[in-house]
Design a protein. Structure first.
Length: 170
């Protein structure tokens, strides 16, 4: 399934292809946000999906701008819960940030989650200064801070858990 934003050249597809692997890695590295361990974890999820396909726990959305991979998101249902889902990852090519690609990815992700019966959407990010724009993005997209775990990542760097409750059947 795909969603196309009229006249912007932006297309979001609910499919991860082998050819996306390196562009996705480049997007992640290019943000300058993720350290080696985080990059490895992100790529493990990519490789799990590429290897297992529909049997993978991880669902991917890929954003293409004028035919080039420009961002992606990854989510999955939280096992053992009735209606909860995790947004595991979202990233947009540094050069394309601030132009609505992240919001379009999240919108399409939420439509997919809601259609799958997952309407309580959780995500976590860091409390340190570097992530202030990221937290502003989530707040702008309708998420609220549900919990904050002080000093989780490092002294002075909290884990911030965001939540959005979707209307069902979006
Ligand atoms: C966070 C990220 C995915 C957002 O994607 P994006 O394409 O830049 O965001 P959008 O242009 O769709 O912005 C959507 C809204 O978020 C808000 N927003 C985005 N960036 C912001 C910033 N730097 N400061 C304040 N608000 C911001 C804006 O209010 C915008 O609303 P608008 O449409 O009314 O202008 C992207 O910037 C990114 O990849 N960042 C680095 C990696 C990262 O932090 N990933 C999340 C890991 S937890």
């Amino acid at each position: 399934m795909t969603a196309r934003a009229a006249s912007t050249g932006l297309m979001i597809r609910r499919e991860l292809r082998q050819a996306d692997r390196e562009p996705v890695r480049a997007v992640l590295e290019g943000t300058g946000f993720f350290n080696r361990e985080e990059l490895d974890v992100a790529m493990e999820l990519v490789d799990d999906r590429l290897k297992l396909g529909e049997a993978s726990h991880y669902r991917f959305l890929v954003a293409e701008l004028d035919g080039a991979v420009t961002g992606y998101a990854c989510w999955g249902p939280i096992l053992g819960t009735a209606e909860s889902a995790d947004l595991y990852w979202i990233a947009v090519d540094r050069r394309a940030q601030g132009r609505g690609v992240g919001r379009a990815l999240l919108d399409e992700c939420e439509r997919w989650m809601a259609a799958s019966g997952r309407t309580r959407i959780y995500l976590e990010t860091a409390g340190r200064e570097q992530y202030q724009p990221t937290r502003a993005f989530y707040l702008a997209c309708g998420y609220r801070i549900a919990a904050e775990l002080e000093h989780f990542y490092a002294p002075g760097d909290a884990k911030v858990i965001f939540l959005r409750v979707l209307e069902s059947g979006r």
